[in-house]
Design a protein around this ligand. Structure first.
Ligand SMILES: NC(=O)c1ccc[n+]([C@@H]2O[C@H](COP(=O)([O-])OP(=O)(O)OC[C@H]3O[C@@H](n4cnc5c(N)ncnc54)[C@H](OP(=O)(O)O)[C@@H]3O)[C@@H](O)[C@H]2O)c1
Length: 477
């Protein structure tokens, strides 16, 4: 039997019914989201550019609520009006597909881009497709597991897409009886919040790696390291990422695989977008940028391993930091990552007209996403009715999130000393140390000298205390 006939046989069983949701793209995310909908009793039409993918998926997952199509027109005709099409495809392909869909859809239909698209592209798309169909940008988090059993979802757009919201509610993650699904007003705001999520994810992953790597470098027993990480969980630091670190180390204890994994890390670009935007907007996010650069540099650094260079040695007399120290370090890392991210959100609210409620952001991240962590509930409550504040600029919030910051900073200093004494690699934790010094140190930071040099060679002027006016100094007299 040729492929087309096989597909027809399996796919068109319910040709004359109309389905509630259409899923376009059947790779990891699309497949799992389709099955999630089916579990919730929703009828789903599926389509994939390469029909054999659709066929295999349907063959493995036969269900009366799941119907597949080889032809795009048939796929679209199979949907209830207004049609809701969820795109789960590579972000590079989104524009081509939207253009194709625009010829087949009506203005009341919805196309929801759930991929990791760049938020400024999505912002343009809201304008470009305005009269063709309702475009909705939507970030989906939680990877394969999230898509299958409940992702965290963040929607954007100038108008609240009520029908899409109701449909996505059926499959989203829940924290208690609250849905991890949020709408943020502004074209591209959903993809913006998703970008922020991924950027924090880079920083958290890097900081956990740096902590665990230090413990390894200080020759702490692996079982002991796992024990310390578990203690962190018990002390209120539990998070999805900490949990999977424990899983990985436990697996490694049995199977000894970590040391065989090439010491390089990949990335797909959402962290980089965040750093780029932060530079364009003049809103520094140094810890996020450090984490992005660390991954970029990992390939280069690894290529240098075989060349003779400076060899550093472990200082084996150093004691690995205690759980108390690690707790403080991780707490301050989170404080700085959120502060950096919130400053970007505040900028987008002020300058792009977004209305991103940060309390809601923390709420929808509480489950179904990679950032899920116990402290997010506390943060969402702290930011209730104080939407557009930065964290560090409000000592009240700092004291509530990170009480006795002075003592915690002492722990961080101890940790940083251990890192340098043992020649461990910890760019993100050093960035946190510097960020906190910048924010809280009562010493001068030295920028007057930078400005003096600028004035010396370029007559850019300086502000003298209390004058409020640019003044040039005659340095060379
Ligand atoms: N994987 C994750 O953990 C995860 C988590 C959150 C968000 N996301 C985002 O969700 C989206 C889907 O991710 P994924 O991992 O499931 O899939 P993916 O590997 O990013 O993309 C593969 C899908 O894109 C389709 N595609 C590629 N080029 C196309 C084109 N020119 N026209 C039409 N379709 C095209 C592929 O169709 P063919 O089979 O025909 O090649 C396939 O269905 C991506 O934007 C991704 O960044 C992924």
């Amino acid at each position: 039997m040729i492929l087309r006939e096989l597909i027809n046989e399996v796919l068109y069983q319910t040709k004359y019914m109309t389905n509630r949701v259409g899923i376009f793209g059947l790779s990891t995310m699309g497949k799992n989201l389709a099955l999630n909908f089916v579990d919730k009793g929703v009828t789903v039409s599926v389509f994939n550019r390469t029909p054999s993918v659709t066929y295999s998926f349907l063959k493995e997952n036969q269900h009366p609520n799941l119907v597949g199509f080889e032809n795009l027109n048939d796929f679209i005709s199979s949907l209830e009006r207004p049609r809701i099409i969820l795109l789960l495809i590579k972000s590079e392909a989104v524009e081509v597909v939207l253009n194709e869909l625009s010829k087949l859809l009506d203005s009341e239909d919805y196309v929801v881009d759930l991929g990791n698209s760049y938020f400024l592209d999505s912002r343009d798309r809201h304008q470009r497709y305005r009269n063709k169909f309702n475009f909705v940008d939507c970030g989906i988090s939680g990877g394969e597991e999230g898509a299958r059993h409940g992702p965290s979802l963040v929607l954007g757009g100038s108008n609240f897409p009520a029908q899409v919201f109701d449909v996505l509610k059926l499959v989203s993650a829940r924290f208690g009886d609250e849905f991890c699904l949020g709408y943020f007003e502004g074209d591209g705001a959903g993809h913006f919040v998703k970008m922020i999520h991924n950027a924090i994810e880079y920083a958290v992953m890097q900081s956990l790696t740096e902590i665990i790597t230090l413990l390894f470098n200080l020759k702490e027993e692996q079982a002991e390291i796992i024990q310390k990480l578990r203690e962190l969980e018990h002390r209120g630091m539990s998070s999805y990422l900490l949990g999977i670190c424990i899983n990985i180390l436990e697996y490694d204890l049995e199977n000894r695989i970590l040391h065989r994994i090439v010491d390089e890390a990949g990335q797909k670009g959402t962290g980089k977008w965040c750093s780029q935007v932060s530079l364009d907007w003049g809103v520094g996010v140094p810890s996020i940028t450090c984490a992005v650069e660390a991954r970029q540099l990992s390939t280069y650094f690894n290529s240098l391993r075989s060349s003779p260079g400076i060899k550093v040695f472990n200082n084996s007399v150093l004691k690995p930091p205690s759980v108390e120290i690690l707790y403080d370090v991780l707490n301050l890392c989170y404080l700085c990552f959120y502060d950096q991210a919130l400053r970007l959100i505040a900028h987008a609210n002020r300058n792009l007209g977004y209305k991103i409620d940060v309390s809601l952001v923390f709420k929808v991240w509480r489950a179904g996403c990679i950032l899920a962590a116990s402290h997010l509930n506390q943060l969402s409550q702290m930011f209730h009715n104080s939407n557009y504040l930065d964290l560090l600029s409000n000592m009240n919030l700092v004291e509530r999130f990170s009480p006795s910051i002075q003592d915690k900073f002492r722990s961080l200093t101890h940790f940083v000393n251990c890192v340098s004494d043992s020649y461990s690699y910890a760019p993100v934790i050093f960035s946190v140390y510097n960020y906190l010094l910048g924010a809280f140190s009562n010493k001068r930071l030295g920028f007057s000298l930078i400005q003096a040099m600028r004035d010396f060679f370029g007559r850019h002027g300086v502000y003298l205390d209390g004058s409020g006016q640019l003044t040039n100094i005659e340095w060379k007299k």
